[in-house]
Design a protein around this ligand. Structure first.
Ligand code: IMP
Length: 428
């Protein structure tokens, strides 16, 4: 029997999921994306060579593995083709290994224009989106006016529909946001060309996943962004526009929840956040700068500096509950190597009250002052360690304490960016 494993982020994204997916892929026959779009950025370092993927599942770098983009993903044909060109340039064959669900909604140029116009219009209240058109594409999907991948099979029927949609969005763009209109002819001529290359990749991904199950294959479901950016369960409105949590796997791929065997929650040994929104453990001091610097905390998609702070166990516990996380993977332990003291948040003080749960309201989260527990740092080099025994005692104590507070086993610890910088705690 194969195992279906969900790998998702327990924080605000950028936890290092791509590397973990990549490391576990040799045991799997397929890797599936189920939500988000090319707002994600998965950086993989293999033999020192860096590959950044945004839309295509991280499994693409393993020649024997099928990669699927499930129906819950919003696909920009332009971004997809750019990523495919870059993979092709590196000699990675994809034509027989990548399939895109016919039910995926497309991100088209007016979504990008609307996303960026809104952010400009919000001014100081901006969400800090990636500007990739993700939110407007999901809005069109929910409003039932979206264009899906399967619509590319019948361009003659699509043309008048698309023209009407562009006209509709141009009203908002020009009259409300006072921005330039989108030229339908430009959108159409680009899409006609893109369709030719995208069409051969379109398939019934749900049916393909049923087949994998019948064959006893193991499948990895690769989450993007993080649990606290979930549209429903995150710090709304400072969230992305999809469900990023485990429940989205079924809706976004068509694989029923009882077929999911493991949910791996990836957590950094500290926290980061890109864009606006509350972040109780954020640091503005030299420790925050050290985390940013040693952790190279710059976005893989937008290059923006990430905000850095201590690990938040209260937020982690929420992520564990909403995803039914069955095991945790701690990444970037080595980033803490120089610190004399390691802190982690075990409660909040919010308007005179002590809380042990993450509040629902973003304003309440913003009002939370962290209550910290601390442990001595190890002040020595853990970079690249692969054996549990070689870890300093203080680092082991930190991992043990996190595990105790989370009440979920930390099964793997990542100690550097390369595929091989990983230690397995199951053998302890
Ligand atoms: P959007 O997904 O582009 O709409 O952006 C909404 C929020 O999610 C912003 O705060 C982004 O910075 C954040 N976000 C989106 N994708 C990622 C990601 O892959 N990593 C971290 N943050 C992300």
């Amino acid at each position: 029997m194969g195992i279906n494993t969900v790998i998702l982020g327990t924080q605000w994204g950028d936890e290092g999921k791509g590397k973990i997916v990549d490391c576990l892929t040799p045991e799997a026959q397929a890797v599936v994306r189920f939500q988000g779009g090319h707002n994600a950025g998965h950086t993989l370092i293999i033999d020192g060579k860096k590959t950044v993927l945004h839309l295509i599942p991280s499994g693409i770098l393993h020649a024997a593995v099928m990669c699927y983009i499930g129906n819950g993903v919003v696909v920009s044909p332009g971004a997809l083709l750019k990523e495919l060109d870059s993979l092709e340039g590196q000699g990675v064959a994809y034509a027989d290994r990548l399939r895109i669900s016919a039910a995926c909604h497309l991100i088209l140029p007016y979504h990008v224009a609307l996303d960026q116009a809104r952010e400009r219009h919000r001014g100081k209240e901006a969400i800090g989106t990636t500007g990739r058109g993700i939110g407007p594409a999901y809005e069109d999907k929910v409003a039932r006016r979206g264009i899906r991948a399967l619509d590319l099979c019948d361009l003659a029927s699509l043309k008048p529909r698309l023209e009407a949609i562009v006209t509709y969005h141009n009203v908002a763009l020009t009259q409300y946001y006072q921005e330039e209109a989108i030229d339908f002819n430009m959108v159409w001529s680009e899409l006609e060309v893109q369709a030719k290359r995208v069409l051969p990749l379109i398939a019934d991904v749900t049916a393909a996943l049923v087949k994998h199950r019948e064959q006893g294959d193991s499948v990895i479901f690769e989450g993007a962004q993080g649990s606290l950016l979930d549209i429903d369960l995150g710090t709304y409105p400072f969230v992305t526009s999809s469900n990023t949590t485990a429940g989205a796997v079924s809706a976004g791929s068509g694989v029923g929840p009882l077929y999911l065997d493991e949910v791996m929650g990836v957590m950094k040994a500290y926290c980061t956040r890109v864009g606006a929104g509350p972040f109780p453990t954020e640091l503005f001091d030299e420790v925050g700068a050290e985390l940013a610097d040693r952790g190279k905390e710059f976005g893989a998609t937008t290059g923006r500096a990430r905000r850095c702070g201590w690990l938040d166990i209260i937020a982690l516990r929420r992520a564990i509950a909403i995803n039914s996380v069955s095991q945790l993977v701690m990444t970037k332990l080595d980033v803490l190597d120089n610190l004399a003291e390691i802190k982690f948040c075990v409660g909040y003080e919010c308007r005179g009250e002590q809380l042990s749960d993450l509040p629902i309201s973003a304003a309440d989260v913003a009002a939370c002052k962290p209550i910290y527990e601390s442990l001595p740092g190890w002040k020595s080099d853990t970079y690249g360690m692969t054996e549990l025994d070689t870890l300093p005692e203080e680092a082991k104590a930190f991992i043990n304490r996190v595990e105790e507070l989370a009440q979920v086993p930390v099964t793997m610890v990542s100690t550097g960016p390369d595929r091989v910088h990983l230690l397995n705690r199951l053998s302890k």
